[in-house]
Design a protein. Structure first.
Length: 548
């Protein structure tokens, strides 16, 4: 009997040793459903109160992430700290009432909320524009590489420009005109505000249209009401336009009618050589800001490399969600299990694979969990403006946001496909998983510009944002689409985005996380320098960064 027990014990030890040897041989297996589920369950628990910046939920989240990275043996990524302070200012605009439009043919009043929204990034208690001239400036784009400048010869000092959403290529089916139906950054509303400010405009208003915007007016109305978190520069954001806003399409039609012009100007704006049109009417509006300052934190940890340790691959995921809010079906905690406890959990699992697997790398791998993505990519925006690692030494960024909870997928869909050589790097690993790489399913909606990788792209760093979700390996594309739409309709940005162990299937997250691990490992071990592809609006920024 004793001999039998001894044999059993030896067998168990040998089996365990074999398992450990296998894990050491192939650390990718350290990334598994059990580990992801544990992190997601904790981060998306009610105890973490929806992980909103400036709350007890933030404190618990930061403590959890620091503890995980420290226990893995990863080094603090910001000197001797695992944190990067992110100062923010909360501005809550109270509009003074209607926007009044006056011209020779009379005047109209546009109601706040239903017909227009407006705010300011300038940190001032009072904003007011009185009878500012309105100019229709086409798409509000100055893009030398496309030989396009809506501001050519135009003086907008003290004036309000009204611009179209998206870019001139949208709806043309001509991939050589801008990028056809694929939105460029010039089509993103954030760019239009930035460009109007660079030109010296007093105000910039985007005309809302549901199809080219990618969402209905209600999304604009809801998102632009209540307190807004912003980053603040040394000048109190005085380099921004005093007024930024949107108007409904019906409101724009009223303005055009009052001005005596024709709606055909919208079509004219799509033609090369379009000249901005002064509308012959003035606008008056104003609001008061309540101002509140505070600070949140990015979490940063590094797995050091050897002879090229100063070069980094940065993996990102945002740790924040929406906190405690409006009650929906008896629940007020917005847990954010998929968005984005999933990406944060996979970030931790990849870090574990490097640390426990003792991967030998030339380059360093840095894990960055950013704050305030839900408030406008603020944590990654602050990092890109104040990088801990120089952009020229940042080889690539791989971002994880709202990964698929519905099981294994045949597709890896690349958001913003065609942008960088990281797609080419990923392809062999995709195929090794028995999958295929798919282009962006909704390129006109500009999703590439709506997660944290984009702030790395803006400073030239090749960035990759991809995930499975459109073609289930076992149940097909129709099932995958039903599951995806169910999440978007019934859970996204609602308290119902929480862990349901009876339905969640994490095998798809494991697929994606293992793929990102393999991509990162190759980048860290070899002398690969991925670039932006020809036609990318970020290529010139990268080249300038590397040549300085």
């Amino acid at each position: 009997m004793q001999k039998y027990l001894l044999l059993v014990l030896v067998s168990i030890i040998v089996l365990a040793s074999c398992q450990k040897a296998e894990e050491k041989q192939d650390p990718v297996n350290l990334i598994n459903s059990e580990g992801i589920l544990e992190h997601v369950t904790i981060l998306a628990s009610d105890d973490f109160l929806g992980r909103m910046p400036f709350t007890e939920g933030e404190t618990k989240t930061l403590d959890y992430l620091e503890t995980q990275f420290r226990n893995m043996g990863l080094k603090p990524g910001n000197g001797d700290s695992y944190f990067q302070e992110v100062p923010m200012v909360e501005l809550n605009a109270t509009l003074n009432g209607d926007m009044i439009i006056k011209g020779e043919n009379g005047e109209i009043a546009l109601s706040p909320g239903s017909e227009y929204v407006a705010l300011s990034r300038q940190v001032k208690e009072q904003i007011e524009l009185n009878e500012a001239e309105l100019i229709f400036a086409g798409y509000g784009i100055d893009a030398p590489e496309y030989d396009w400048n809506d501001y050519e010869g135009l003086d907008v000092e003290g004036k309000i420009v009204i611009v179209r959403v998206n870019d001139p290529g949208f709806g043309t089916e001509d991939s050589l005109f801008f990028k056809g139906n694929t939105m460029t950054y010039y089509g993103r509303w954030t760019y239009k505000y930035e460009e109007a400010a660079r030109k010296g405009a007093a105000g910039v208003i985007v005309i809302h249209q549901t199809i080219p915007a990618g969402y209905p007016w209600g999304v604009v109305e809801g998102g632009w009401s209540g307190p807004q978190l912003n980053l603040e520069n040394e000048e109190g954001n005085m380099d921004r336009c005093p007024v930024e806003g949107w108007i409904s399409f019906d409101s724009f039609k009223k303005i055009v009618e009052l001005s005596g012009n024709e709606l055909s100007m919208l079509d004219e704006a799509k033609k090369s050589g379009f000249k901005a049109i002064p509308l012959g009417v003035n606008a008056s509006l104003g609001f008061e800001n309540s101002i509140k300052r505070s600070s949140s934190k990015n979490v940063i940890a590094t797995y050091p490399g050897t002879d090229k340790a100063d070069e980094h691959i940065i993996l990102t995921a945002h740790w924040d969600h929406l906190g405690v809010g409006k009650v929906v079906d008896g629940d007020s905690i917005y847990n954010g299990a998929v968005d984005n406890a999933s990406g944060t959990a996979c970030l931790l699992e990849i870090a574990k694979a490097f640390s426990v697997g003792k991967i030998e790398t030339k380059r360093s791998v840095t894990f960055l969990a950013v704050t305030a993505e839900e408030q406008g990519l603020l944590g990654s925006a602050w990092y890109s403006a104040n990088p801990v690692i120089e952009p020229s030494k940042t080889i690539a960024n791989i971002n994880m946001d709202a990964l698929n909870p519905n099981g294994p997928m045949s597709d890896l869909t690349v958001v913003g496909s065609g942008q960088s050589e990281l797609e080419d790097l990923a392809l062999p690993f995709v195929e090794a998983q028995g999958r295929y790489m798919a282009p962006d399913h909704e390129p006109g909606k500009g999703y590439f510009f709506r997660s944290d990788h984009f702030n790395f792209a803006k400073i030239g760093v090749p960035a990759f944002y991809a995930k499975g979700g459109y073609d289930h390996m076992e149940k097909g594309a129709e099932y995958a689409e039903e599951a995806r739409m169910d999440y978007l309709t019934n859970q996204y940005h609602k308290p119902q985005d929480e862990v349901d162990t009876t339905s969640i299937d994490l095998r798809g997250m494991v697929q994606d996380a293992q793929l990102f691990f393999m991509m990162t490992k190759k980048l860290a071990q070899e002398d690969i320098y991925p670039e932006w592809k020809e036609g990318s609006e970020f290529k010139a920024i990268r080249e300038a960064s590397l040549n300085n």
